[in-house]
Ligand binder design. Sequence first.
Ligand code: SF4
Length: 250
Amino acid sequence: MDEKQKLRNAEALAAEEAARLEAAYGELDAGEIIRLSAERFAADGGIATVSSFGADSAVLLHLIAQVDPALPVAFLDTGHHFGETLEYRDQLAADLGLENLVIVHPQDEPLARHDPDSQLHKVDTDLCCEIRKVEPMARAVEPYAAWFTGRKRHQAQTRAQMPVFEAVGPRIRINPLARWTTQDQADYMRAQKLRENPLVAFGYLSIGCFPCTQPVQPGEDPRSGRWAGQTKTECGIHLPQLERSLTSAA
Ligand code: SF4
């Protein structure tokens, strides 16, 4: 069997497995989804988490830590994060006892070729995100059969129909908080006394790289502070760009 056919088979299997898991576990609460998924993939390809350590990240990481603090947690260090986010990452990981924080950096060669002065975000945000987020993201999840995200349906129109389990190329992406609302999130943060990214207090309700993130006014869509003034709404790590990157990495 040639490599393309092997990949097509792996993608078909991932799609079947995602549908099976959605039917079996998709309506369970987030902690159960994480526990059962960790068991399912522990001995079959492995499972990781990807976190931005942004405004909403603490809840998923707390739930993960309750199940297994040794699960790998990947952080994409774009080189353009707020210093506050980097400090928060380390403080929150220590609070939760996370034992396997994996920091993934962009590759040197594309940075040198396309962004030698770190100003690419001013002229081509898509290429900048491709180099600093999408390709590193594909590398971060490449060793695993599945990974958790903290995405929620209420966050964007593009996520309104999002299942808990979805196939992305030959791998499975798991969104245990898909059904959670902003209120659920706030209630959990308060009940568990979780540390908040300090930028939230300054109106940054969706936090990415500092050149592309602005605070929002009370009542505004939290994601309106990302790439403000542009049509861009997602960096691509959750969109088909990632699937293409994963396919080429498979
Ligand atoms: S969010 Fe902005 S700075 Fe960060 S990778 Fe994308 S374009 Fe570059």
